[in-house]
Design a protein around this ligand. Sequence first.
Ligand code: 5GP
Ligand code: ZN
Length: 114
Amino acid sequence: MEECIFCKIVAGEINSNIVYEDDKVIAFKDINPEAPIHHLIIPKKHIPTLLDLQEDDKELIGHIYLVASKIAQDEGIAEDGFRVVSNCNEAGGQSVYHIHYHLLGGRNLQWPPG
Ligand code: 5GP
Ligand code: ZN
């Protein structure tokens, strides 16, 4: 996946501010934050969109939510509240085609989003 910017972040070929890493996932600060806390949690494995998920990925996606919970607590945004969101395809607002979960918090978030 030579052209995938998030695969390059996983490989360390592009710098990022990593806030969490284990053998399956990495989380880093979004380059264009929409909230005081705005991290991206991604699998190290290249999966283009939510529509590409397979049965074998169920544990991985569950793990991502546990990582989101841990980071939210570590960042001190858990009690006030936060959001985990994943955009799929163009009308869903996806711009990077390596599945990722936005973790947003630190301010009052509007619902529904624009
Ligand atoms: P999407 O629009 O696909 O849901 O979210 C992609 C996110 O990736 C955007 O919020 C964008 O700011 C972020 N992003 C794009 N390129 C980079 C990059 O090179 N580094 C980091 N840290 N974030 C990026
Ligand atoms: Zn990728």
